[in-house]
Design a protein around this ligand. Structure first.
Ligand code: ADP
Length: 509
């Protein structure tokens, strides 16, 4: 079998598919959870910072002085509108640029968290919230000032990000048309936004690291799991190979081999079931062999007698009465052979299920009466008493011809094996849903060790005894087969020297 068609390969493939889905989901879950946690923490510290900052009375001078930035590494910028112009206050003029669209949204009252990437400066997490200081702002004159963003007009047109030019830390003061010279002036703020940004590089690098680990670890795990999976599947399915190897070696002529996988699992159970099946086949084949040899042996017996008788009488000329005696022996032997061959034919038909059973409703009481009447003459010849004790009206479904054969066989045996002056009793009764017929004789009985074999084909308690009566050992076995077809049962109890009782039970209708 090709490896790609094997169960091991398919099981491993399924296992890998499921494992990869699980690993990718797990990796994705870890990444999302970690990223959420880290950004939540960052967002919390940004919003705390904003609240803290908003609490100061002279917040703008604090922003302009850069004290906060120096302490915590944040970028803080205060955006505000004055006479429809956007200005910002930032430490040393280094404002943190955010897109025009975002500023406009915040100025109209929204609070936002954004991820911003500034070339050369890196990635930032930005918190932008609307903020109008309670009092009109007096701009400080020493540490900062109102500064129109360099390149801001361009930035507004592009809607993009423009970083503050490096090294431009000299305050660049824009003067409004109504603005006086100098820094100490009052600014009426209409609308403003506080921007606080913290670098998110650390988080990104942690998450990037995690990604790299997952990208290497997941395929590596799948590779190892695939190898392990193939090994384990191969090991687990090894007994199957053993089973098929043994099964291939078992031939019709030699059914002695048995499968031994040495495990107590499902495959062990399978091999046990197969062994039981081989056992049954073995027994059936042996039975068939025995049957063939028994049948030929039984046929050879009368043939040898006929041959011996004929050749003996031909050896010299004989008296007519001697020829007559020889012919009588030959006729009796051919009768025996005729009976035997018809019994064999019947068994063969029963085995091939070709026997034509015609089921009809039978009143067993009437039926047994008829049979007993037929048998009465045989009893009379042997001076046997035939007694019947039949309950009225027991209906069964059965094939008349074959049931007649059953009762005839058993009654014939009872008469055959009961000495002159004895008795045979036929009783019909009903028990539960069964019609029960018992045929009891006061004959020689059957020894205990023979009782289990009495229904086997060609079994005779005493070959000499039975053969002299013309028996072949097939009568009871045919009877049992017929009763089986009627879904009934046949049993025997016996005591040596005292007699036998055959009990036949057939379902009633
Ligand atoms: P057969 O045709 O040789 O009688 P059966 O199958 O009818 O064969 O019976 C099998 C054997 O059972 C007989 O050989 C006989 O020894 C024994 N047997 C059957 N019925 C009786 C009986 N009523 N009493 C004693 N032995 C019996």
């Amino acid at each position: 079998m090709k490896f790609f068609q094997s169960i091991s390969f398919r099981v491993t493939l399924w296992y890998l598919a499921i494992l990869s889905i699980m690993l990718v989901s797990l990796g994705w879950g870890i990444h999302v959870t970690l990223s959420n946690r880290l950004y939540q923490k960052l967002d919390l510290s940004l919003s705390d910072r904003a609240e803290h900052l908003k609490g100061f009375r002279d917040v703008l001078s604090i922003i302009a002085s850069g004290t906060f930035e120096d302490q915590a590494g944040e970028s803080i910028t205060f955006y505000f509108l004055e006479n429809d112009r956007l200005h910002n206050i930032a430490p040393k003029g280094n404002f943190f640029p955010v897109s025009k669209e975002i500023i406009e949204r915040v100025l109209s009252g929204e609070t936002l968290f954004e991820d911003v990437h500034i070339p050369q400066k890196g990635s930032f997490r930005v918190f932008i919230s609307p903020f109008i200081p309670a009092n009109p702002v007096i701009m400080p004159d020493q540490a900062g000032g109102i500064r129109q963003q360099p390149g801001y007009e361009q930035w507004l047109r592009d809607g993009g990000f423009v970083p503050a030019p490096p090294g431009d830390d000299k305050p660049n003061i824009t003067q409004s048309p109504n603005q006086e010279k100098g820094f100490n002036r009052r600014v009426e703020i209409e609308s403003a936004a506080l921007v606080i940004a913290l670098p998110s590089e650390d988080i990104e690098s942690v998450l990037g690291h995690l990604c790299n680990i997952l990208i290497i670890a997941i395929p590596l795990t799948l590779l190892l799991a695939g190898g392990g999976g193939i090994f384990l599947a191969h090991r687990a399915l090894n007994p199957v190979k053993k089973i098929s190897d043994t099964a291939r070696r078992i031939e019709e002529s030699d059914l002695s081999r048995r499968i031994d996988v040495g495990t107590k699992d499902e495959l062990g159970f399978l091999s046990e079931t197969l062994n039981q099946m081989i056992d049954r086949l073995d027994k059936a084949f042996n039975r068939q062999k025995e049957f063939t040899s028994d049948a030929s042996h039984e046929l050879r017996g009368p043939l040898s007698v006929i041959q011996a008788e004929a050749s003996l009488s031909l050896r010299k000329s004989r008296e007519p009465w001697e020829y007559r005696k020889t012919l009588e022996v030959i006729i009796s032997e051919t009768e025996r052979m005729g009976l035997l061959t018809s019994q064999l034919l019947e068994l063969a038909r029963m085995d091939a299920k070709k026997s034509q059973f015609v089921f009809e409703s039978i009143d067993l009481n009437e039926f047994l009466h008829e049979i007993c009447e037929d048998m009465a003459i045989l009893c009379k010849n042997k001076k046997l008493e035939l007694r019947t004790d039949l309950v009225k009206q027991v209906q069964i479904a059965g094939d008349r011809k074959s049931l007649r054969r059953v009762f005839f066989n058993i009654l014939d045996n009872a008469i055959k094996y009961t000495a002159n002056g004895g008795s045979v009793r036929v009783v019909l009764d009903e028990k539960n849903r069964m019609a029960e017929v018992s045929i009891t004789d006061t004959g020689i009985g059957i020894p205990d060790d023979s009782l289990p074999h009495i229904f086997e084909r060609f079994y005779r308690v005493d070959k000499a005894r039975s053969r002299s009566d013309g028996g072949s050992g097939l009568g009871l076995s045919i009877s049992k087969d017929i009763i089986d077809v009627h879904k009934g049962r046949i049993d025997v109890i016996s005591q040596m020297g005292k007699g036998c009782r055959f009990i036949i039970a057939i379902p009633k209708i």
